[in-house]
Design a protein around this ligand. Structure first.
Ligand SMILES: [Fe+2]
Length: 379
């Protein structure tokens, strides 16, 4: 029998879209609005934005003709004198609904209390001088959420130039920078020398700052060990140990507050944050800023014990990384993932000065993508 090789089947025009057979031999449907709006000519190479305005079409776009010419789908349009040439490869990439591939969407690696010797460390002057090294630093931030920078300049400008390698310094409602400072001052012993429990910063903000920088300028006091734990490691284990508790803490938003004479900040957040894949991406937790709960009192019968079980778990030695920060180091960590705290110290024993600021998580991902990928419009 003479089997004829069939030519590429012509696309079939429907009322609101067309069907085309692609490389898997299956027929795939594409909507006319989508095809017209994303016509390669709809974008400006200069602005790298869409210059075509679909709102200005008088009627819904509908293809008049459709044929495969070489490696492109060629369309003419009913109400427009316009030809669209769509690379077939582009249709192949979008035949199944899914997000555009994202180089910043990296799997997270959980870490535990013994992690300190293995924390990724980078020299700040080397980072400033080397773009490829900067990409490695941000990659470590995306994967592990905690890094240490060394050889920091002993200046305010040093912190700013460091943060700006990731993004703009992101103000909070208490300003662009914050200082954690204790001088030898026996008349003021009550001032900030006590222990600070594990928390994420400013949970009462609708969008709490994403990346925290803590630049250690001086640390000669007795005590004052830094405490850090990976919220992803703890929450992943909690998910296995206590599935019902995990469900409550990841699904039920609870109120946080921060109030004083001139501000009254409020938000609702889930304690455990999940990403687009349903994986744990972080935490929002702070006992001293958890607002008076307005949840159903019967629900609290379950929620509070789950919250307490999780809070106790956060403090288990298995997860707690403890060390003393040294002058000239800068801790950089994901404020939505890494909980941090401080052991008590003796204020009279020396100087302890940290200067901190934040940048955004989304901006960190943006910087990373720009460093490691070509993007849609780069030649
Ligand atoms: Fe803090």
């Amino acid at each position: 029998m003479n089997v004829m090789t069939s030519p590429v089947a012509a696309p079939v025009l429907k009322d609101k879209g067309l069907e085309i057979i692609l490389s898997d031999g299956e027929s795939h449907y594409f909507n006319f609005h989508w095809l017209r709006d994303n016509c390669p000519s709809s974008f400006s190479a200069a602005t790298r934005e869409r210059s075509f305005d679909i709102f200005h079409l008088d009627a819904a776009p509908r293809a008049k003709t459709a044929e495969v010419a070489g490696d492109a789908l060629e369309l003419t349009w009913e109400a427009e004198d316009h030809v669209t040439r769509f690379p077939i490869a582009w249709l192949e990439a979008y035949k199944v609904p899914q997000r555009r591939p994202d180089p910043a969407d990296l799997p997270r690696k959980a870490w535990y209390g013994d992690h300190y010797p293995d924390v990724p460390r980078f020299s700040q002057p080397e980072l400033l001088a080397d773009e490829a090294l900067r990409a490695k630093w941000i990659e470590a931030m995306l994967v592990e959420g905690f890094t240490i920078l060394t050889d920091m300049p002993d200046s305010n400008a040093g912190l700013t130039e460091t943060a700006e390698m990731i993004g703009q310094v992101r103000p909070t409602f208490f300003g662009d920078y914050f200082d954690v400072k204790t001088h030898i001052n026996p008349t003021n012993t009550a001032y900030t020398a006590s222990a600070l429990e594990l928390h994420t910063d400013t949970p009462a903000e609708e969008h709490a700052p994403g990346v925290q920088f803590l630049h250690c300028r001086a640390n000669t006091v007795d005590g004052g060990n830094s405490l850090y734990a990976d919220g992803v490691a703890v929450a992943n284990d909690f998910r296995t140990r206590d599935p019902e508790g995990f469900k409550l803490l990841s699904e039920v938003p609870v109120p946080f507050f921060c109030e004083h004479d001139h501000y009254d900040m409020r938000s609702r957040q889930t304690i455990i944050e999940l990403d687009q894949h349903g994986e744990v991406s972080g935490l929002t937790i702070s006992q001293h800023m958890l607002d008076l709960s307005d949840l159903d009192q019967h629900m609290l019968d379950s929620w509070y014990p789950a919250f307490c079980r999780f809070g106790k778990m956060l403090q288990e030695e298995k997860y707690m990384m403890t060390f003393l920060m040294k002058a000239g180091e800068c801790m950089v960590f994901d404020n939505h993932r890494i909980v941090h705290g401080r052991a008590a110290y003796t204020a009279e024993s020396g100087d302890r000065y940290l200067r901190g600021c934040y940048t955004d998580r989304a901006e960190m991902r943006s910087t990373y993508r720009a460093l490691v990928s070509e993007g849609r419009f780069k030649a």
